[in-house]
Design a protein around this ligand. Structure first.
Ligand code: NAD
Length: 264
């Protein structure tokens, strides 16, 4: 039977290794029939991304560092050369200096604030500008956010501010691109142990806290985020845009510690 993404071509940005959320999304998208292309950030990650791409019969369209607009242009040029058009883009890119993902937000430096917002928020808009040109029959853009955009979280600091801006940009991009039938959505994922997450202070505590206090009494996997992402970029979600969908074992509905949870 054809999958929900049969005949769709998607660009996956943000695979660092096989624990990346982007990898979970790529696997699910492929399983549901999509044809994929990957970007990588720098030579070191190229060596990790190439064999993963091969596993999914995906193309590798080159190096992309979102702080360098020319590299964004280059990968979209390569997608255009390869496919001529594009159905979806998955943006799984964020960065902040590790030294500022601990302690107080009030200490954030101007340099790291600017860099974090550029990489973690503006890059999605920069990508939307390029993707729009290849989505003549409509399309779907997806980014990844976290609950730290909505509520204070220890250590998340400037990344919470960047994710809040990213979530607002999902709404503005959805309004701008809606008339072209390009949908723009985000998944707000619960905490998952990835390379990027290892930069966040006390991450193990955050995982345990979610496990004890989320309605499903566990954390989520990259496979689960991947399945929801496959649905969101598919025509099954064709009526949805500007949405922030939580894939977090329900943690976002919780207002207080579970009294039955053990002390941490
Ligand atoms: P990851 O480390 O596997 O992926 C982060 C990716 O960002 C890497 O592939 C890295 O190359 C890329 N990146 C960083 N700076 C870049 C730049 N200048 N140019 C291009 N790419 C750059 O970690 P992940 O947890 O899979 O992160 C993916 C997304 O999911 C991020 O937006 C993250 O904030 C978000 N997210 C993660 C969690 C979690 O707990 N892991 C929860 C919610 C949201």
């Amino acid at each position: 039977a054809p999958g929900i993404l049969s005949g769709k071509r998607g660009l996956i940005m943000g695979v660092a290794n096989n624990r990346s959320i982007a990898w979970g999304i790529a696997q699910a998208a492929r399983q549901h029939g999509a044809e994929l292309a990957f970007t990588y950030q720098g030579e070191a990650l190229k060596k990790r991304v190439e064999p993963l791409a091969k596993e999914l019969d995906a193309a590798v369209v080159g190096h992309c560092d979102v702080t360098d607009g020319a590299t964004i242009d280059a990968v979209f040029e390569e997608v255009k050369r390869l496919w001529g058009s594009l159905d979806f883009v998955v943006h799984c890119i964020a960065f902040s200096d590790k030294d500022e993902l601990t302690g107080r937000y009030v200490e954030t430096s101007e340099g790291n604030f600017t860099k974090s917002l550029l990489i973690s928020c503006y890059s999605f808009t920069a990508i939307a500008q390029r993707a729009e040109k290849l989505m003549n029959e409509g399309g779907s853009l997806l980014t990844l956010t976290y609950y730290g955009a909505e509520k204070w979280m220890p250590h998340y600091n400037v990344m919470g501010v960047a994710k809040a801006a990213l979530e607002a940009s999902v709404r503005y991009l959805a309004a701008d691109l809606g008339p072209k039938n390009i949908r723009v959505n985000a998944i707000s994922a619960g905490p998952i142990k990835t390379l990027a997450a290892s930069g966040i202070g006390d991450f193990r505590y955050i995982l345990k806290w979610n496990e004890y206090n989320s309605p499903l009494r566990r954390t989520v996997t990259i496979e689960e985020v991947g399945e929801t992402a496959a649905y969101l970029v598919s025509d099954m979600a064709r009526g949805m845009t500007g949405e922030i969908l939580h894939v977090d074992a329900g943690y976002h509905v919780v207002g207080m510690k579970n009294p039955e949870a053990p002390d941490l």
